[in-house]
Write a protein that binds this ligand. Sequence first.
Ligand SMILES: [Zn+2]
Length: 132
Amino acid sequence: MELTIMERILTTGILKAKEGNFATLKALRTARQALEIDEEDHRAAEMEQNYNCPKCGWTGYFPIGAQPRCAFCATPLAAGTQLKWDPTAPPREMPLGEIATAIIAGHLRDLDRAGKLTDDLLSLYEKVADGG
Ligand SMILES: [Zn+2]
């Protein structure tokens, strides 16, 4: 199925928390690898990461993998953990396999039944779990 970057990040989170038998765990690992954000995503979605200056505290966003320097004191910046990207970047086909897809769908339906779906999961629910 075709997933956006945000849907892939959310899906990876769902798949991380699961336990199971050998075949299930192998299937989940394969699916997580398929979901990983790669250089094609960096380019296609113009992904950027936050960096901050350890000396003066200045912060800014730069392309992932850049080695920027502070605009004020020229100190090499330290990479942070925040990412941003173009949310209109086209979704990519993700070969998740039957086992992983069923686990994602089951997890989302559990949240739905418990009244615990969140807004950011709506589009994923519609793609994976709706009608099942
Ligand atoms: Zn600085």
